[in-house]
Design a protein around this ligand. Structure first.
Ligand SMILES: Nc1ncnc2c1ncn2[C@@H]1O[C@H](COP(=O)(O)OP(=O)(O)OP(=O)(O)O)[C@@H](O)[C@H]1O
Ligand SMILES: [Mg+2]
Length: 596
């Protein structure tokens, strides 16, 4: 628990890292206020009463001899009503308030509280006086935005009996809303709590990954699905479509809340997020997506240490809503920028550099982050407060030169269960999403098999297998085609090439920009794939019966199949039915005799 403040002094400054002496009893990850301006920092090495501190703000102008206050607290975030819709920096300072207080350049040492203190929220109690409550139990709700209701939980570590609770009404987050008599004391509860970011929030138990996170992106949902509570990584070189994909997931994934952590490095990369994201519309409600989003933004003018902390801030916010029983989609774009921050700080600490200068603990830090994803049964009394929530993490990786063998990509792939590998050639041919079907994978397919059988179709995974087999065969044939051209292949193999082309172009390609194609339900995806494969089987049969493939390639129904992706959801069934019949009809007219 918190120790009281101690004051030491700066003895050395190396960029964002400073050393201080005279801080007896100082602990790892303790928050310090550094220098006369009281810049925010965090301890990351302790030797006796000396501490090394990473400072979250620009350290220019700091001098040895200036004071350092060790606060006794760990780097924590504020949790409560007022999180949704906000844009924070890496240590949860609201950017809007920072800007108002200091102008466009964030002044140093500014304490900007994460949650607004003066807003009154409508609190609706759901328990009564004398009720017995346990940690995690919900005692009331706050309709926070039109899309999100925040649930007020008994803070971790408190169990007892409610001795008073306020009636429904408007309260600030600092007002006392309930009193609980615990075996030791009487505790006043407010709507706000805090939690140290580097520590995962506790839960009752972790559950299996048996439900997919439906994203509406065909290649993801059907080929490489991720689970609610799962981990996915999306590595790709410059401009291959990482950000577009993460925006698509934020918009369409069937999660109630989005936590988007943007780690920009190039000057305008983050401004893009700050400008674009608030404009995104929530397709389900027509309201701004921000009404169920928390944005964490690291602009390039922010110090690296804040960027290093940002992913922990993000995941802690995600866990808070998970504990309320929500499904959270957490996007990190891009984790390479986070890793670079880690590398820079490690360099300043003069630690032994590992592969490509990254510290040896890069792998364990990545693992710790991704391990905080999961689908869990939340803390709370089992009879009255059973809730299941999840945090799904999707992290973009931007390997320099698109080389997937570099340390951030390889170490990420060791811990995540889904790999959506973006391919530069596909992107340059404008095949989007540029996720490559041959090197990507999902380790959840088996776990999700039952869900797909129950909710989509029993045949679904067989169709997926058949489609993937055809794409694999195409790849094997490609070399020959490159040498001698497709005409030299036997007709039976040209059938495979044609089917694979249809799977790629008519099924896997999906435009994020087209109003209909931008989202495809798993049911529609299934029907589309079934149609393509029906065509393939008909084609195979016809060719075996002596029909030349060139006459099949002229069939009119091919146009209809290629246009299925833009058929609106309410017309899909009718259209698929028509195409189905047309396939039968056109193949029937293609007998060898009729061609003779
Ligand atoms: N699914 C998609 N549908 C249509 N166009 C896409 C899609 N994905 C990517 N694009 C196109 O590719 C461009 C680059 O995509 P994006 O900005 O997402 O790449 P990135 O990998 O995030 O790049 P960077 O390395 O610069 O961060 C987009 O502006 C868009 O034109
Ligand atoms: Mg990007």
């Amino acid at each position: 628990m918190a120790v009281k403040e101690r004051i030491g002094k700066i003895i050395r400054i190396t960029g964002p890292v400073i050393e201080a002496e005279g801080l007896s009893g100082v602990q790892m990850y303790e928050v310090c206020r550094v220098g006369e301006e009281e810049l925010i920092g965090e301890v990351n090495r302790v030797e006796g009463s000396n501490a090394t501190i990473q400072v979250y703000e620009e350290t220019t102008g700091l001098k040895p001899g200036e004071k350092v206050i060790a606060t006794g607290a760990s780097l924590s975030v504020e949790l409560g009503p007022g999180l949704i819709g906000q844009i924070f920096d890496g240590i949860q300072r609201p950017l809007e308030i920072l800007k108002e207080q200091t102008g466009d350049f964030i002044r140093r040492g500014v304490i900007a509280r994460a949650l607004p203190r003066n807003v009154k929220w409508k609190f609706i109690p759901i328990v009564e006086k004398d009720a017995t409550v346990n940690q995690g139990d919900i005692i009331g709700t706050v309709p926070e935005t039109t899309t999100v209701t925040t649930k007020i939980m008994i803070p971790i570590g408190i169990n007892g009996k409610i001795t008073s609770i306020v009636p429904e009404g408007e309260y600030t987050i600092e007002e006392n809303i309930a009193t609980i008599k615990t075996p030791r004391e009487e505790r006043k509860i407010t709507m706000m709590t805090t939690w140290p970011v580097r520590q995962g929030r506790p839960y009752l138990r972790k559950l299996g990954s048996t439900t997919p996170l439906i994203t509406g992106q065909r290649i993801i949902d059907t080929f490489f699905p991720t689970a609610k509570g799962g981990t996915a990584s999306i590595p790709g070189g410059f401009g291959t479509g990482k950000t577009v994909m993460l925006h698509q997931l934020a918009k369409w994934a069937d999660s109630q809340i989005v936590v988007y952590c943007g780690c920009g490095e190039r000057g305008n990369e983050m401004t893009e997020v700050l400008e674009d994201f608030p404009k995104l519309e929530d397709p389900r409600t027509g309201e701004p997506l921000m009404k169920r989003t928390i944005l964490i933004a690291n602009t390039s003018n922010m110090p690296v240490a804040a960027r290093e902390a940002s992913i922990y801030t993000a995941i802690t916010l995600g866990e808070y809503f998970r504990d309320q029983g929500y499904d959270i989609a957490l996007m990190a774009d891009s984790t390479s920028r986070w890793a670079e921050a880690l590398r820079e700080i490690s360099g300043r600490l003069e630690e032994m550099p590992g592969e490509e200068g990254y510290p040896a603990y890069l792998a364990s830090r990545l693992a710790e982050f991704y391990e905080r994803a999961g689908r869990v049964e939340a803390l709370g009394s089992t009879e009255t407060n059973q809730r299941i929530g999840s945090v799904t993490i999707c992290g973009a990786v931007s390997p320099p030169g698109g080389d997937f063998s570099e340390p951030v990509t390889t170490n990420t792939l060791r811990v995540v269960k889904v790999f959506w590998g973006l391919d530069k050639d596909l992107a340059s041919r404008r095949h989007f999403p540029s996720i490559h079907w041959l090197n990507s994978y999902s380790l959840y397919v088996e776990n999700l098999e039952q869900w797909f059988a129950e909710h989509v179709s029993k045949e679904f995974l067989d169709l997926r297998g058949e489609a993937m087999y055809l794409l694999q065969r195409e790849d094997e044939l490609r070399e020959i085609v490159q040498l001698v051209g497709p005409d030299a292949l036997p007709e039976s193999e040209r059938v495979i090439l044609e089917a694979a082309r249809m799977i790629r172009e008519d099924y896997l390609m999906q435009s994020a920009l087209h109003p209909v194609d931008t989202y495809c339900s798993p049911e529609k995806a299934y029907k589309m794939l079934k149609t393509v494969l029906k065509f393939y089987n008909k084609m195979k049969g016809a060719v075996e019966g002596g029909v030349p493939i060139t006459s099949i390639q002229h069939l009119d129904v091919l146009n209809d199949i290629s246009r299925l992706k833009i058929v609106p959801p309410d017309e899909v069934d009718k259209r698929i039915d028509e195409v189905d019949k047309k396939i039968d009809k056109e193949f029937a007219s293609l007998t060898v005799e009729s061609l003779a």
